[in-house]
Design a protein around this ligand. Structure first.
Ligand SMILES: [Fe+2]
Length: 272
C-alpha cells in the first residue's frame, strides 16, 4: 500500500494491484476501467492481450463538506491510475479525447492534471480551426509535456490530450475539470490515435508520426509552469488549494474570461 494523502490531500492509498483505496468518509469515486480491448482503434500495433486491464478512473472524488462548493462552481475532481506496461511497442496510454467548444464561445474547455505518484507524459495536439469548428486531420501545435509527482499541468483550450506512462510503476493522477461537458473520443478513434505514438527505443522512448493525420508539426517537449493565479502550487495538493480559493478555478468552467493566460506559452516552459 502506498499512502497518497500527502500528495493528493485526500485520504487515499494505492494498493498492490494498482487500485485506489478511497477512505469511506469521501464521496464519489465510482470506478470504471479500460482494458486493452477498449484501445484497439487507437493503438499503433494490433492488440493481442485484449482482456488486460490498462487504467482505472475514479470519478467525482470529494469531501462531503466541499460538495456544495464543487457543484455550485460546475467543477469535478477525478483520479486515474494508469498501470505500467506496453501496448505492443507503445507505452501504456489513455484513449485520448477532445473537449467540446463551449456554447457561444470559440474555444473548448481546458482541464488541469496533477501527478500524484509516478510520472506522466501528456501528448497535447491542437487542430486547425475551420468553419466555426476544427479540422481534426491537420494539427497545428503538438507538445509532449513531462510532469513529475507534485507538478500540475493545464491542458489549454482546444488541445486534445492523451496521457502516457513510460515508467515501470503505476501513474496516479488527478484532474479538476468543468462538469458542464462530455469528452469527445470519436476524433482520436477515427484517426487511429494521436498525431504521434510514443514507443520504446534503445535509449528510452521515441516519437513516431501517425500516418492517419494530413499534417502534424514536430512535437516539442515541454514542462509545466507553476501558476499560483490558478491555484497551482507544486508543493501543495491541487484539491486543497482549489478548495481554499475556488475562484482561482474559474478558468475551467469560464475559460473565455482567461483566454490570454491559457495559451501553451503561458502555461508551459521549454523542456530540457
Ligand atoms: Fe480531458
Amino acid at each position: 500500500m502506498k499512502d497518497l494523502q500527502q500528495q493528493s490531500g485526500l485520504p487515499i492509498s494505492l494498493d498492490e494491484t494498482g487500485h485506489l483505496q478511497i477512505d469511506s468518509n469521501l464521496r464519489g469515486g465510482e470506478m470504471s476501467m479500460r482494458k486493452l480491448y477498449d484501445l484497439k482503434e487507437v493503438a499503433q500495433d494490433e492488440i493481442t492481450d485484449a482482456d488486460r486491464e490498462l487504467y482505472y478512473m475514479y470519478r467525482d472524488v470529494h469531501k462531503e463538506e466541499d460538495e456544495q462548493e464543487i457543484r455550485s462552481n460546475n467543477l469535478r475532481y477525478d483520479m486515474t491510475v494508469i498501470l505500467p506496461g506496453m501496448i505492443g511497442n507503445e507505452f501504456a496510454k489513455t484513449l485520448g479525447h477532445y473537449h467540446p467548444m463551449k456554447d457561444g464561445q470559440t474555444i473548448s474547455y481546458p482541464e488541469v492534471y496533477e501527478v500524484v505518484s509516478g510520472r506522466a507524459f501528456y501528448l497535447l495536439q491542437k487542430p486547425r480551426k475551420a468553419d466555426g469548428g476544427y479540422d481534426f486531420s491537420n494539427i497545428e501545435e503538438a507538445y509532449l509535456v513531462e510532469v513529475k509527482a507534485g507538478q500540475k499541468a493545464i491542458m489549454p483550450p482546444d488541445f486534445g490530450h492523451i496521457t502516457i506512462n513510460i515508467d515501470q510503476e503505476p501513474l496516479v493522477m488527478a484532474n479538476w475539470v468543468s462538469s458542464s461537458f462530455q469528452s469527445d473520443y470519436s476524433e482520436i478513434k477515427s484517426h487511429k490515435g494521436g498525431c504521434v505514438f510514443i514507443t520504446k527505443s534503445e535509449d528510452g522512448y521515441q516519437v513516431e508520426k501517425n500516418p492517419e493525420y494530413a499534417s502534424c508539426p514536430e512535437v516539442k517537449t515541454l514542462t509545466p509552469k507553476e501558476l499560483a493565479e490558478f491555484a497551482l502550487i507544486f508543493s501543495h495538493p491541487m484539491y486543497q488549494t482549489g478548495m481554499e480559493e475556488v475562484s482561482k478555478l474559474e478558468y475551467l468552467d469560464k475559460p473565455e474570461n482567461h483566454i490570454e493566460n491559457l495559451s501553451a506559452d503561458k502555461v508551459f516552459d521549454d523542456g530540457v
